[in-house]
Design a protein around this ligand. Structure first.
Ligand SMILES: Nc1ncnc2c1ncn2[C@@H]1O[C@H](COP(=O)(O)OP(=O)(O)OP(=O)(O)O)[C@@H](O)[C@H]1O
Ligand SMILES: [Mg+2]
Length: 248
């Protein structure tokens, strides 16, 4: 018996007012898959990711996350599902003037009772787990550093450590390497791949860098003008497919 999908989209359309961001998209992503979303600017990659983490609901069709139809969930259940899907955003969403440990612990705040969450700002809780997550991303020594004194690449690692502490079943990353140099891009993609290999976490990553998508992911979904133009194994991607994806 094949495993149940982590994500399932059935004929999904997503509109924002008069703008149609996605039209009639269907896909299914299995546990442990590494999927890249590629396509021109405005194709709908970020919108698709926001459907996969439940922060957006479809205008038409069904989005099923780990067996649950997101449109039918109450707020509490939707939050629980959202805990199982960690998202790393390009803008990190870190609080610069706090120590790294507070930003890493933010991955836990939703699960902690309020007094513990508040107390953690005065006296960091959960130090061992936060230190372990930082060690996994290679910056164990930065636990008490002020976040805005770190380099862009290190801040990205803090954002990833925060998601790891949340211990989600799936990690979504929206253009994680678009603002870092090639060396750091490779290091970050190596890290994501290694994490998915060692923990079996599902990865869905939107990328502008096609060569990274092909190198690091097993499956590539090409989006163009809100539609899935192709959904294929990385090794089956051809130049002709790229040309039709990016043609003006
Ligand atoms: N919250 C929103 N309100 C209105 N329109 C939106 C919203 N989010 C996305 N859109 C529109 O939906 C379309 C798809 O946008 P989306 O951000 O998903 O594209 P993208 O593929 O991530 O692009 P990029 O590569 O530039 O990040 C665009 O036309 C965009 O303007
Ligand atoms: Mg985007």
């Amino acid at each position: 018996m094949s495993p149940s999908p982590v994500f399932q989209l059935e004929q999904v359309s997503c509109r924002f007012g008069t703008v149609t961001a996605l039209t009639d998209c269907s896909l299914s992503i299995l546990p442990g898959e590494r999927v890249a979303l590629i396509g021109p600017s405005g194709a709908g990659k970020s919108t698709l990711l926001s459907l996969l983490n439940g922060s957006q609901v479809p205008t038409l069709g069904r989005v099923v996350i780990m067996g649950q139809d997101v449109s039918r969930l109450n707020v509490r259940k939707r939050r629980r599902i959202q805990q199982l899907v960690g998202t790393v955003y390009q803008q990190h969403h870190l609080v610069g003037n706090l120590a790294v440990i507070h930003n890493v612990n933010a991955g836990q705040l939703g699960r902690w009772p309020l007094p513990k969450a508040l107390w953690s700002l005065v006296w960091p809780q959960n130090v061992d787990a936060a230190a372990h997550a930082l060690a996994q991303v290679g910056i164990a020594d930065k636990l008490y550093a002020r976040t805005d004194r770190l380099s862009g690449g290190q801040q990205q690692r803090v954002a990833l450590a925060r998601v790891l502490l949340q211990d989600p079943a799936a990690i979504l990353a929206d253009e994680p390497i678009s603002s870092v140099d090639p060396e750091r891009s490779r290091a970050l993609m190596d890290l994501l791949r290694q994490l998915s290999e060692t923990t079996g976490k599902t990865l869905v990553i939107s990328l502008h860098e096609v060569e990274f998508a092909v190198k690091y992911c097993d499956r590539i979904i090409g989006l163009r003008q809100g539609q899935i133009l192709f959904d294929a194994p990385a090794q089956a991607i051809t130049k002709a497919m790229m040309t039709s994806l990016y043609q003006l």
